[in-house]
Design a binder for this molecule. Structure first.
Ligand SMILES: Cc1cc2nc3c(=O)[nH]c(=O)nc-3n(C[C@H](O)[C@H](O)[C@H](O)COP(=O)(O)O)c2cc1C
Length: 245
């Protein structure tokens, strides 16, 4: 069937397991040091993400110092408080409970950056959409996140900050875009659901509501066409959250 390149059953399950058991971690970091060899596995996983024109627009600023963490915590806290003003009612009450302690407690904080000038002004594929450097970097973060989960480590992506604040603390040049403060390290436990789902902030949209057939807005497949039965296949999926049965 042309599937001879498929991974073994165990390896396939492991891929889906990493995807479903990954969580954005905000608390429960033990602060245990990460072995350098393991950190290298994770950074190499990130560095093997796809990138537009093989641009590899990322850098990883590795942060341990208490002084830098406190400075980052303060600018994130400032942003968290200012961001809260747009929410009203119940959401406004929940908002400040969003935790940023991981900046202090995680074993390592990695500032992931994007350099839009990497490889010069004409990067293959990026002339059509200059945001493709950001898409590339998001894939690198996801690789890191999944590899960390496989290693038993949690990661939280903190993006609540004004970029000039982070540039100043980490001495980043003005054209370098800090896209995330990634709080990484061993944790005491992983929740089954996203924390925002647990606190009632939001829920996962059923996949079937997000799929259209052949054109935007067409939710019902042609009964005689190739998409018939897809809804049942979604229900029957054995590799579903929170992990393989
Ligand atoms: C680009 C990006 C930025 C994010 N920034 C923040 C953040 O600043 N603070 C936060 O609490 N969570 C942040 N998150 C985490 C999301 O809230 C989280 O991924 C989502 O609630 C789903 O939960 P899960 O990752 O555990 O599946 C960010 C996630 C992404 C992908």
């Amino acid at each position: 069937m042309g599937l001879e390149h498929r991974f073994s059953e165990a390896a396939r399950k492991a891929v889906y397991e990493a995807i479903y058991r990954r969580r954005d971690m905000r608390e429960g970091f033990t602060g245990e040091p990460i072995k350098h060899a393991t950190l290298v596995h994770l950074l190499q996983a990130a560095h093997h993400a796809p990138s537009v024109g093989f641009m590899q627009p990322w850098n990883f600023v590795l942060i341990q110092s208490t002084e830098k963490r406190e400075a980052l915590w303060r600018v994130v806290d400032k942003e968290r408080r200012s961001a809260a003003v747009v929410f009203e009612g119940e959401q406004a009450e929940q908002f400040p409970t969003i935790k940023i302690e991981a900046l202090r407690e995680a074993s390592v904080v990695i500032c992931m950056t994007v350099d839009p000038s990497r490889k010069g002004p004409h990067v293959l594929g990026r002339n059509s959409d200059e945001q493709t450097d950001l898409y590339s970097a998001a894939g690198a973060v996801q690789n890191l996140w999944l590899a960390a989960r496989a290693e038993g480590m949690g990661m939280g992506w903190v993006s609540f900050y004004k970029k000039p604040d982070v540039r100043q603390i980490l001495n980043l040049p003005p054209h370098i875009n800090p896209i995330g403060l990634l709080c990484l390290g061993p944790v005491t436990a992983f929740p089954d659901q996203p924390v925002l789902e647990e606190i009632g902030w939001g829920e996962r949209t059923p996949l079937e509501e997000l799929i259209y057939f052949e054109e935007w807005g067409e939710s019902t497949p042609d009964p005689n066409g190739p998409w018939q039965g897809l809804a049942e296949a979604i229900t029957d999926n054995v590799f579903r959250s929170p992990g393989p049965p």
